[in-house]
Design a protein around this ligand. Sequence first.
Ligand SMILES: *Cc1c(COP(=O)(O)O)cnc(C)c1O
Length: 341
Amino acid sequence: MTIDLRSDTVTKPSKGMLEAMLKADVGDDVYKEDPTVNALEERVADMFGKPQALFFPSGSMANQAAIKLHTRPGEQLICDKYAHVFNYEGGGASFNSGVSCKLIDGTRGMFTADQVKQSINPPDFYHSPFTRLVAVENTTNKGGGACWDIEEIKRIKNVCTLNKLGFHLDGARLWNALVAKNEKPKQYGDLFETISVCFSKGLGSPIGSILTGDEALMEGAIRVRKIFGGGMRQVGYLAAAALYALDHNVERLLEDHQKAAELADVLQQLPFIKTVEPTETNIIIFELVPELSEIEFCDKLDKAGIKIISMGSNKLRMVTHLDYTDEMHAHLMKILGSLYF
Ligand SMILES: *Cc1c(COP(=O)(O)O)cnc(C)c1O
């Protein structure tokens, strides 16, 4: 048995999802004539209480389009030092939009309204880049699937309003936060001007993201998507997978969270594991004692058919997902419990 816990992106479309894809009614989406894509965009816009939404091939492209829509070259965006938009999008903020990032030294990828206030350059001080945008990530990826306190997001929103800053949510993993905290998409729609969500993480689609937002900003979104090379044709097949995922795979994320919590508990008890970070959703980040190397640890797991990833600094990550079955979970719990070095 191979158990792949490197990421929740390793899932393959289920039979039900593939059947839904096969049945999709399609058209040329560059002409906005794909009924399934249009249905998905409308559904997600409605969920968040936003007037518009646009389908993208990836979360990175949706985030990068949002940054492009909010900013002009030379300006600056504020995000956490762990932010996906800064760390894992190939330097896109500078490449695509010519903006720099002011990094906040937050906690598990999250920060406070006070920290945002302190990161804003005075708008009339022309020596510094003009601060234009704040980007929040929920759940945080590098932060170990941590969920924000929505009250803090409201305080940050106030800072943004007062200082005329744009407010973007990288919600690639927002579905996990929504089920973990029992929140509703509209609560986020009310706070952010733009929101990106992914269907290819916990929701188990092969591809696909949506950027939803306010009219004025989204007006230019289709042009930016075209410029980025993200205009696609009969992609209703992919939108059908996303619609299927929304119908079948959101509530069940709680199962992934439950399994992750159980794994974290077992890891916590192992003498060669120094710390396990709080496990709120489906990501488990843990650190080995200094005497044990990541390579030795991963080698042993690898021989047992278990794949996980290294985060550097003797930290490792496991992510539970749709294709991590009860049977795999029972097997892995047993293996971890009897691991020795
Ligand atoms: C995965 C992820 C993205 C986007 O990733 P893609 O692989 O480009 O779809 C963006 N933000 C966060 C927090 C993510 O976890």
